[in-house]
Each structure stands twice: as C-alpha cells, then as structure tokens.
Design a protein around this ligand. Structure first.
Ligand code: G3I
Length: 389
C-alpha cells in the first residue's frame, strides 16, 4: 500500500509544476491547488466519470486539485458484470487509463454493493431458484478477483464492500439483502480476502453512510469487530460524508473517528459533499412530503452569498477535524468535481444543487477559498499531539 501511494505521490508532485504554469489557460490567474495545500497530510480525491474526464476544462481542474480518483459509477458490479461472465470494462478501463496517464491513483469503487436494488437479477438466482450460499460466495470471489487484479497497478485503495449495515436502530446489524440472507457475514469475509489476494498492497475499505447516527455507528463497529475476529483484512472505514447544510455533524464525525482509532483502523472520507437543499423529510412520515418537496428548487440560478458563507463555514469546520486527525485519515474525497456534475441535482428529487467547491462555471466558491486558506496556513501543518474525541 505504502509503496504505491509513494510512487503515485511522487508522480503527482512532478505533475504539479507544468499544471501550475498552464493554470491561467482555464481559470484566470488562479494557480491555487487543493492537493498542494493539503501538503501530504491526507490525499485529496474526487469521484467522477469518464465523461467528465473527457472534458478538457474539467480534467484540468481534476489534475490541478486532486491526487486520487474514484469512479462514481463505471466500476460498480452492475456496470462491469451486467450478466454472469459477460464483462464490460470499456468505461472503467478508460477511467483507469486517465489516472495512469496523469500519474493519479484510483480508489476502486466498489467491489460489492450489498443492496438488492444495486444487484443484478442474475446474481440473486441459480437455475431459476434463489442462489445458494456456495454459489454466491464463489461469484463474489470471482468478481472481486477479476476486477481488483485488472486495476491493481493503479488502484491504491478499494471500497471492497459498500453499505452492508442496516439503517437506524433495532437489533439487525446487517442490511437485509441477498448477500446477508444467503451468507450472513461471510460475503464480507470472502470479498475482503479475495481483494487482499488480488491486490496485496492496496488499502481495503469498508464504506458506508449514516455513521453520524450513534445507533448506526454502533452497528458498524460491531460488524467491523466481527470481521476482524473472522480474519477479514479490513484496513479502513470509509466515512461517506454526505452532509446537509446546517446539519450538526462534527460531534458524530469525531465519534466515528475515535471509534475507528480504537479498532486500529484508518479512516477515509470517501464521498464528501454538503446538500444545500436539505432532503431528510423525503423519508419521514411514510413519504407523504414528497409531492411538496419535489417542487422545491430554491436556487435555480446561483447560490445566494449568505448560503455561500454558511457552506464555507461548514466545510471549514469539517476540514479542521480532518487535519486534527490526519494521522489516521488517509484521504478526503469529494463526490463529484463541480456543482453541475453532482448526484444531488437528481437525488432524491430534481433540483439545482450547489454542494461542492466548484460552481457551474467551474470557478472556486467561497468554501474552496476558506478551506484552501486554512490548509495553506503554516501553523495548521503542525498536528496537535493527541486528537481529542
Ligand atoms: O446514464 C444514465 C442516463 O443515460 C439516463 O438518461 C439517466 C436516467 O435516469 O440515468 C443515467 O444513469 C444514472 C447514473 O447515476 C448516471 O448519472 C442512474 O440512473 C443513476 O441511478 C445513477 O446514480 C448513481 C448512484 O450512485 C447509483 O448507482 C449516482 O450517479 C452516484 O453518484 C451514486 O453514488 C453512490 C455511491 O456509489 C455509494 N454511496 C452513495 C453515492 C451517492 O448515492
């Protein structure tokens, strides 16, 4: 893991000089770079698609600010193996090639997505009957091995299993899915072991959302402990970090980091963004607010400056915690490059969202300014002796 990270880091650093020289060609005279400001405390990353990388303005932005790329959709199980043994690596290959050509690393995403609605029908069946435990584990091993080996040269990290833990309170640790129904926790063990065998020096991540809710964090911790006991080689927890404006998330985040510290795991912030049009009510009261919410689109043209400032303040508070804990935080990745690309323009209803550091004109927002300034300040490069939970 370390060797590949180091090589990627050196190549990335060498690429900074010409980029800085070219910077004026696509974003005025602004030569700031987020990854330079982070200065090795953690890797700066972003999730995106081959389509965005094919756009010269967007790809310049990516190369200037980020060291590690996550494919947002094209490496997912349903994309690369739409039916059993019928592999489709076209998009994932082009994504990996972009990283190789530009000296960037990749976080492979994801080898298993433990949700039925993200799983193809073929994976759930066997000769017209529900899939058996043996076949399911074999299929997982085959998929993980094939994909992880193919990108082992460029992937330094893998989201091995995504979103396996049940939401909310209650006794049930694992989400109900074909994976947990047929194998209990064994699908996770098989996936992590196969990933380690296929790409021995990559950081292997269990990735999930909602860990800022104490009940869900407790379940995630229980599962990770059990995986350790069962010999699954989990190296890190992926804290997705899909936040909402005004949300109190710092305490929960500190709790997660402290819990992972205790388990001896690294942390990656894997899918960072802040929704400026809060979405929680979509799921409350049996969905009865949905019709009303679907009409809400308050910032169709641009984000008012008061909101820009709140976004900046909230991002800054998050990055302060990341810096404080940078001894165990390996990476901070945004989920998408600029506001136009964000999944939050479509989920859970269509609206014009503004959750990221770059606006629709690809210009840095006040949130970028605040975090860049904070990361660049020499006094913030000194880590406090012991991060407090
Ligand atoms: O590409 C088609 C387009 O041709 C079609 O017209 C359109 C109609 O709906 O759909 C497009 O595909 C969509 C795709 O995103 C690309 O935009 C899919 O419907 C849509 O389901 C898909 O959503 C992705 C989602 O995962 C499900 O795979 C989001 O982009 C992606 O950001 C999101 O990523 C997840 C992580 O993997 C796991 N953590 C949460 C995160 C956000 O939900």
């Amino acid at each position: 893991m370390r060797r590949k990270v180091l090589i990627g880091f050196v190549i990335g650093a060498l690429s900074v000089l010409p980029m800085a020289l070219q910077a004026g060609s696509f974003a005025g005279k602004d030569t700031r770079s987020l990854k330079e400001a982070a200065g090795g405390r953690f890797l700066l990353g972003v999730a995106t698609s081959p389509k965005v990388l094919a756009n010269p303005v967007d790809s310049a932005l990516v190369k200037r600010h980020f060291q590690i790329l996550t494919p947002d959709n094209c490496m997912k199980p349903q994309a690369v193996q739409p039916s059993e043994g019928a592999w489709n690596f076209k998009a994932a290959d082009s994504f990996a090639d972009f990283a190789r050509k530009n000296g960037l690393q990749v976080t492979g995403h994801c080898l298993v997505w433990a949700k039925d609605d993200r799983t193809s029908a073929w994976m759930m069946e066997e000769n017209g009957a529900p899939v058996s435990r043996e076949t399911m584990l074999k299929r997982i091993e085959t998929h993980v091995t094939k994909v992880a080996k193919r990108y082992a040269d460029v992937a330094t990290m893998w989201d091995v299993v995504n979103e396996a833990v049940a939401d909310g309170g209650g006794e049930q640790i694992l989400r109900d899915s074909v994976y947990s129904r047929t194998t209990g926790m064994d699908f996770l063990v098989t996936a992590f072991k196969a990933a380690r065998a296929a790409d021995p020096d990559a950081l292997l991540i269990y990735n999930d959302y909602g860990d800022h809710n104490p009940a869900k964090l407790a379940k995630i911790v229980t599962m990770l402990k059990e995986l350790k006991r069962l010999g699954a080689p989990v190296d890190a927890f992926g804290m997705q970090g899909h936040f909402q404006i005004g949300e109190e998330s710092i305490k929960g985040m500190r709790n997660t980091i402290a819990a992972m510290r205790e388990l001896g795991l690294k942390v990656v912030v894997s899918e960072l963004d802040i929704d400026v049009i809060p979405r929680n009510r979509w799921w409350t009261d049996g969905g009865k607010h949905r019709e009303e919410l679907a009409k809400i689109n308050p910032y169709p043209d641009s984000l008012p400056s008061e909101l820009q400032q709140r976004l900046a303040t909230q991002y800054l508070a998050l990055f302060k915690v990341f810096v404080e804990n940078s001894d165990i935080i390996e990476r901070v990745s945004f989920w998408n490059v600029h506001d136009e690309e964000s999944w939050l323009n479509n989920f859970p209803w269509k609206r014009v969202n503004h959750p990221l550091f770059f606006d629709r004109q690809r210009q840095p927002k006040p949130a970028f300014d605040a975090v860049h300034k904070y990361l660049s300040a020499p006094e913030n490069h000194v880590r406090p002796p012991s991060p407090t939970p």
